[in-house]
Design a protein around this ligand. Sequence first.
Ligand code: ZN
Length: 249
Amino acid sequence: MQNDLGVLTGFGVREAGSPAEARAAAFLQQSLQEFDIAFEVREVPLPTGEDSLNVIARFGEGVGHILLGAHFDSKPPSPGADDNGSGTVVLLELARRLVEHAPENQRVTIAFFGAEEILIGYDGNSHHFGSRLLAGQMADLGSLPDVMISVDMVGVGDQIVGATYLDADATAGELIVEAAAGLGLGVELVQRGDISDHEAFARLGVPSAFLWRPANPDYHLASDLEVRTEALLEDLAILEAFLELAAHK
Ligand SMILES: [Zn+2]
């Protein structure tokens, strides 16, 4: 995961619609191809006139459908190691594992979202473009997932939080808490606002949560350059346990 992270941060600041963000999307596609993982790429139009991309991988078959997402853009001047290279590489590693051990009797979608961060020079609601687009597309097709987790900023600090969107359905957050507890890890359940890619899904009634390690002094700074391997491994274990639990609910 640290190798993948080094590649992502090596592209520089992955501002939405920028060449660096496009290079990150290409790296994700190439990584999925290497592991024979089926995926599709969808353009995400931005108000700047540029496009971002969603890279969407699918696993397993069955009635249940779990969506895990992580945004791969970063907010200038941050090279986004933690925000959100961390969630991106955790889900890339999870994708590799799901290819070897397909989820039983459920579908898992892993979405790498473009353009989560607020666009420079635009209002505070000009964000979450990739996830809002996918949520709308899924709603139009009647194929919204049963549960959604946004994995965002999970590589720094010991405190782990499961944040629901305002007072929306907390089931997803409760499942994260339960999954972590089974591993001896504490996750605090909190309510927050419009701060990550679970927002669009929560608004559409999907039980959704944001897995997050909030204590990062380098948040959105040029110094967001490193994450802890141990934290990434814990997050990966929590998500695997979550998939296991969710499959049996
Ligand atoms: Zn983020």
